[in-house]
Unconditional design. Structure first.
Length: 149
């Protein structure tokens, strides 16, 4: 026997619900609040002599699941940048004594770890970011609560 065409049994998908003006306003406000947080983050990084990208890299290293180091490829993925751009960033961070490179047992990889200086600067920034997130939490919670899923 041949295959039975199951497309006849499928119900047509309902038309998507139109996006309301209130949803546009909520999404626009949410994006605005996120942008304000990102601006805060950029300013905080710059104030202690770091680039925002260095700060993001340090956070990605410290916050990587289950270990305190990353490979260049993992860092590139976390930062959503190309491998060669990550190599350049790590080079600059090594020169600033923010991270070190350590050889992995598999010679195709190198591990990137925070130095004590990098860890101390990251801790300062993270404390400030935690405080800022606590400050904007009620607004974010309200905005997210108004979105219909």
């Amino acid at each position: 026997m041949g295959k039975v065409d199951q497309s006849m049994d499928k119900q047509p998908e309902p038309a998507p619900k139109p996006i309301t003006k209130a949803e546009y306003e909520t999404l626009a406000t949410f994006r605005y609040v996120l942008r304000q947080f990102l601006h805060f983050s950029e300013e905080a990084s710059t104030a202690i002599g770091l680039t925002p990208q260095s700060h993001q890299a340090m956070l990605a290293i410290k916050g990587f699941p289950n270990r305190d180091y990353v490979t260049i490829g993992e860092l590139a993925e976390r930062l959503q940048i190309r491998h060669h751009s990550t190599v350049g960033l790590v080079d600059r961070m090594v020169a600033q004594d923010l991270v070190t490179r350590e050889p992995a047992s598999d010679q195709r990889y190198v591990y990137v770890k925070l130095t004590d200086r990098g860890a101390n600067l990251l801790e300062q920034l993270t404390a400030a970011h935690r405080d800022e997130l606590r400050r904007i939490r009620p607004q974010l919670t309200l905005l997210l609560g108004t979105l219909e899923v």
